[in-house]
Ligand binder design. Structure first.
Ligand code: C2E
Ligand code: MG
Length: 703
């Protein structure tokens, strides 16, 4: 086994007798292994230390000569101090006279390890003292290194650290903590934690109980509640996240607590943003249906507690699709933003406006006293929305239909209240645009009934509940009524007249459109023939053809059979076929159109402009006319610059030698514009709504 090297002892002693005594003790050191070196003064000691390793300095306090020629009374304390600075790893043991004992004690405070009283020293005691001094110095060095490392770590970590004692007074904090709380260390140490570390709940603003006190008194590690705000000395606030733990001494007794915390404001802001995105509509910034439903739930709870009421308004824009189709999505989007602003301006602060879907908005009116309050807000909204919206240089008009449901009468939970407001809106729309409807249970009964089926329609056909109304067409050159368009109606026994928009899709889905279409042909041709027989000048009859009919094998046979049966001149029959039907199967369309042309039946492209027709595709199809969709005609007066599309369509039709029919003419301005731009024919409510045959007969008959 390798023997530990001897510990080197440097004796600083200028008394020869004392030196001899000490030397003698080292000669007889038993199991200890010290090597003794001797110098007479401190200056020599410093020279020696500069070139040799030394473990212990044995220093005679009373006889110390610092090495200065002049100094007859060397300052032993200064010597100890100097050694602690220049060689902190060397243990210092003092030799003192009894008289000098107070000075020896003072030297211990300065960093010496121990002292021995001269004249009372015996060899074994000297060796033991030296041994202990070396070991203590080594342990102290380890502890000092550990402490320095811990200090350096605490000073450079990104987290803030504060330590307190059992009285909750601050004993330490690192620079990050200093900058986060806004206090310098010197000022903060000794203060009560709550003076320096002020934390509140971000939502309630209530102070959060001192977390360190709990950790220290209950000896528990823990965390601050979420949503915790630290208020800096200058009032600036940051979100923090932390952990708190008790501090123990060697006996495992709690001596204080440590809190480690960090600024999580950025993460907090990010999570707030994510929550905001999940709960809001990105186009308008309004709450979405998720958040809305939540707010309605809260309003119900509040109203339940206070015995109050709350209202849900379901707002659906009328004619938004036309704006979108005709002016483009960008204008549509801006219109929705403008509507959102307008709705917000119509409600109070605690109310919520939400975008519920495409062009649908929902509004929660909190804590209303009576349904009349909701009615007043509804009126305000209808008026405000009816104002012109200026969007991208366009003056756009929209109106809305509003359904209203009231808590507690119309539902006790959010889902029911919203669904009932929606149902009421549906009836408001049916009653005519720009109107409002309060919910009543009867509406729901009607709504259930409103689920029309193919079976209902089959029965309707059997029971002759379908009729045709006719809308006259006018020749713009002569001003004369030159014919009519046949438009189906369903005279429902309990629900009154049902428009084709509500049953033609069911007819198409169920295949009933084929027998219905055949019936329409027969009926319309017979009517046209009746007018001819009554001696009226020739009047054309336009009939709408569904895509399903157009695809059917028997389409032409059925048509010719109706013409034969009624004896109507094929030249008086005009078929309205939409662009999309023609474009979908161009080869079949070309074949059918050719047969029709050969027989003299005319074909018009219905709802022109709403599909994707190109000039070249029109050129290839033998059609006779285009019917400009009413959404474009409507723009002539409602949208600045809205005449461009109609002008372009007329120009295009001219170049292809096609007739142009404008649909949906509602105002004298529309008519004047069309007339000035050489449009051939027009139909629309300005001349007459679709009417039953006897009324049309009166219109067509020249006076
Ligand atoms: P469409 O062929 O575009 O017919 C014109 C529609 O515009 C009619 O609606 C008419 O009432 C309406 N209208 C006419 N002038 C004006 C106006 O000045 N202002 C406004 N706002 N509207 C006007 P209706 O009768 O509700 O017909 C809707 C659609 O149902 C028709 O559109 C047509 O595509 C289809 N349809 C009607 N009857 C039949 C049918 O017997 N067979 C097939 N397959 N479809 C039909
Ligand atoms: Mg039509």
């Amino acid at each position: 086994m390798q023997k530990n090297p001897d510990k080197i002892v440097l004796l600083i002693e200028n008394d020869a007798e004392q030196t001899r005594i000490i030397r003698a003790m080292f000669d007889d050191q038993g199991s200890h292994s010290f090597t003794l070196t001797h110098v007479e003064c401190f200056r020599d000691a410093e020279t020696y230390l500069a070139g040799h390793p030394v473990d212990i300095i044995l220093l005679d306090l009373s006889r110390l000569d610092l090495g200065s020629q002049e100094s007859s009374d060397p300052d032993a304390l200064a010597a100890v101090r100097r050694t602690r600075v220049t060689a902190p790893h060397i243990a210092i043991v003092l030799l003192s006279s009894l008289d000098d004992e107070p000075k020896a004690i003072q030297a211990i405070h300065e960093g010496a390890q121990d002292y021995l009283i001269k004249g009372q020293i015996e060899p074994r005691k000297l060796m033991r003292t030296l041994n202990n001094a070396v070991e203590r110095t080594a342990v102290k060095e380890i502890l000092t290194n550990e402490k320095d490392r811990a200090q350096a770590t605490l000073n450079c970590i990104a987290d803030a650290v504060i330590c307190t004692d059992m009285a909750d007074k601050i004993t330490f904090f690192n620079p990050v903590a200093g900058s986060m709380v806004g206090w310098p260390l010197q000022e903060a140490v000794g203060r009560h934690l709550t003076d320096v570390f002020r934390i509140v709940d971000a939502t309630t603003r209530k102070p959060i109980l001192d977390p360190m006190k709990k950790a220290a008194s209950e000896n528990l590690t823990g965390k601050l509640p979420l949503n915790c705000l630290l208020i800096r000395r200058d009032g600036h606030e940051v979100f923090i996240e932390d952990s708190v733990a008790p501090i123990h001494d060697l006996e495992k007794t709690v001596t204080g607590a440590v809190i480690v915390f960090r600024d999580v404001s950025a993460a907090h802001a990010q999570s707030e943003q994510i929550t905001h995105l999940a709960e809001h509509d990105s186009l308008t910034g309004l709450p979405n249906r998720l958040l809305f439903s939540d707010r309605v739930g809260q309003a119900i709870s509040l109203a339940r507690r206070n015995g109050g009421q709350a209202a849900v308004l379901y707002v659906d824009l009328d004619g938004f699709k036309q704006v979108n189709d005709s002016l483009g999505h960008s204008v549509g989007d801006k219109l929705l933003q403008s509507v959102a602003k307008c709705l917000l301006a119509c409600v109070r602060d605690p109310d919520t406006v939400c975008r519920h879907g495409g062009d649908e908005f929902a509004i929660l009116l909190q804590d209303i006293n009576r349904p009349e309050n909701a009615a007043a807000t509804t009126r305000r909204i209808l008026n405000a929305l009816g104002e012109v919206h200026s969007v991208d240089g366009h003056q756009v008009h929209v109106t809305a239909s509003i359904g209203v449901s009231i808590y507690p009468d119309d539902g006790s939970d959010a889902e029911t209240l919203i669904a009932n407001a929606d149902a009421a809106m549906y009836w408001a729309k049916k009653n005519g645009c720009q109107s409002c409807q309060f919910y009543s249970p009867e509406l729901n009964v009607c709504a259930l009934e409103s689920q029309l089926t193919g079976e209902d329609l089959r029965l309707a056909l059997e029971r002759n509940e379908l009729t045709l109304h006719y809308q006259p067409k006018v020749n713009l050159k002569t001003g004369a009524f030159i014919g009519a368009e046949a438009l189906s109606r369903w005279n429902h026994p309990t629900r009154g007249t049902i428009p084709p928009g509500q049953f033609i899709p069911i007819a198409e889905e169920s295949g009933l459109i084929l027998p219905i279409g055949a019936w329409v042909f027969g009926e319309a041709c017979a009517q046209a023939r009746t007018w001819a027989e009554a001696g009226m000048p020739a009047k054309t009859m336009a009939v709408n053809i569904s895509g399903v009919q157009f695809q059917s094998e028997d389409f032409l046979d059925g048509l010719f059979a109706a013409l034969n049966k009624t004896g109507l001149d094929p030249g008086l029959l005009e078929l309205d076929v939409t662009e999309s039907v023609l474009m979908h199967h161009p080869e079949r369309a070309a074949l059918i159109l050719k047969s029709l042309r050969d027989t003299g039946v005319h074909v018009s492209v219905d709802n022109f402009g709403t599909g994707n027709s190109s000039l070249s595709s029109m050129q290839e199809l033998p059609v006779n006319a285009i019917k400009i969709d009413r959404s474009f005609v409507r723009q002539i007066t409602t949208v600045p610059g809205g005449t461009a599309a109609v002008e372009a369509f007329i120009g295009m039709a001219r170049s292809l030698d096609l007739r142009v029919i404008a649909q949906g003419v509602e105002t004298a301005e529309d008519l004047e514009f069309l007339w000035n731009h050489d449009c051939d024919e027009a139909q629309g409510n300005f001349f007459s709504r679709p009417v039953p045959p006897d009324q049309l007969t009166k219109l067509l008959r020249p006076n």
